[in-house]
Design a protein around this ligand. Structure first.
Ligand code: FE2
Length: 401
């Protein structure tokens, strides 16, 4: 059985589970295995590890360890508590009205990021004006109705990860910034940086960038260079504000100093980079890649809550959870009656969104589409979990309008 344990409770003879492969990881590049001696535990403490998972079928148990199922429930309760602190807001524009504009904008942004990357690769100038205009368009769309772009960022193509990830990080940054009511010029610089935060990846060899599997330590060392490369590319292109450069150069720094490229700690990491880390990680772990499946949003938020503190800034993780909700628009959820539906509208401050019921999970068949407001007093159904649409061959884009 998998159990969660604090590092102080860890003893030789226990077996640390490689939970990455099970879609759960507290720490990057975590290794599985039996704890042989106290030295290993001391090393884990030094690395800033506070909690980890043990597998009691392969090693000793501890009376203080919490079964995975229980620790997941605790996290879910915490997330629900955070979400329900959110106050309902007025919607200025309907989802349908905004969606068409947002779709066009999203496609243009993909093209624009692709051109910027091509320019960076060939040593040419990146067009700052276009990128800045796009950042502004994103902020305006999110202001009108954030669900349109948020939903588009959930529809993705495994083969265009780099472009889609860049665009999505900018969308999510706009949503987080709106929630935090950031000053417009500052947020604009953050979103501009977000659009190009990974531009340095164009200088990473394709064999590493597109490797279908886990990178070796040497390969990972090369991959890490993308952050300083991103910074240098933006610095070389005159006109990029320092805030945008910080987003690009510091988005892999972690509060405990275990990030890269400079191992910056706490206040040494800019506010914009702390926000960028949160949105970058969320998009990365929810994305389906060629070699692994993305986590459903609700699972991703649980992991991010665990990472907040030593790695991610708790303030921004909480703000992000409030800003996008547990079941974002465009995500697929299972109901307790065995049916599945797509979230089409959030009820802010509630964990009960409006969904379009489309699928019977037990029978593996589509059902007549019906809309259900789970917050309605006469509605008895509740969400049991988030699902990955790909597991059921469901194309979300076919159902959202
Ligand atoms: Fe990155």
């Amino acid at each position: 059985m998998l159990k969660k344990i604090s590092v102080e409770q860890l003893k030789p003879g226990m077996y640390v589970a490689n939970i990455t492969s099970k879609g759960i990881s507290l720490h990057e590049h975590e290794r599985e295995g039996r704890i042989k001696d106290q030295k290993t535990i001391t090393a884990l403490c030094k690395r800033g590890v506070r909690e980890l998972y043990i597998d009691t079928t392969q090693g000793d148990d501890s009376p203080d360890a919490i079964p995975l199922e229980d620790s997941e429930k605790q996290l879910e309760a915490q997330i629900k508590g955070i979400v329900t602190q959110q106050k309902p807001k007025d919607k200025h524009t309907s989802f349908e009205q905004e969606f068409e504009k947002a779709s066009k904008m999203h496609n243009e942004a993909l093209d624009m990021v692709s051109h910027a990357m091509e320019a960076a690769k060939t040593g040419n100038i990146v067009d700052l004006d276009n990128i800045e205009n796009m950042a502004e368009n994103f902020m305006d769309s999110v202001e009108r109705n954030q669900n349109a772009l948020a939903c588009l960022s959930r529809i993705r193509d495994k083969d265009s990860y780099l472009m889609e990830h860049s665009v999505n990080v900018a969308v999510l940054m706009s949503i987080l910034g709106k929630h935090l009511q950031l000053e417009r010029t500052y947020l604009h610089q953050c979103v501009t940086g977000a659009l190009l935060h990974d531009i340095g990846k164009v200088l990473i060899p394709d064999t590493i960038l597109h490797k279908p599997g886990k990178l070796t330590e040497d390969e990972f060392a090369i991959m890490k260079r993308h952050a300083p490369y991103s910074r240098k590319i933006l610095e070389k292109n005159k006109g990029f504000p320092q805030v945008s450069i910080n987003v690009a150069g510091q988005h892999h720094e972690r509060l405990d100093g275990r990030g890269y490229p400079d191992g910056l700690k706490e206040d040494e990491i800019s506010q914009e980079a702390r926000m960028a880390s949160v949105v970058d990680i969320y998009d990365a772990i929810t994305a389906d890649r060629v070699y692994h499946k993305g986590m459903p949003p609700s699972t991703a938020l649980k992991r991010m809550l665990e990472w907040s503190g030593p790695h991610l800034d708790t303030k921004y993780v909480h703000a992000f959870i409030k800003a996008i909700g547990v079941y974002p628009v465009g995500s697929l959820v299972e109901l307790d009656n065995g049916l599945a539906g797509i979230v089409v509208e959030e009820n802010p401050g509630s964990i009960k969104p409006i969904i379009k019921v489309i699928y019977n999970i037990k029978k593996s068949i589509y059902v007549k589409v019906t809309t259900l407001d789970l917050s309605h007093k006469n509605c008895n159904e509740r969400i049991t979990k988030s699902l990955n649409p790909e597991d059921f061959g469901i194309k979300v884009q076919d159902f959202i309008l």
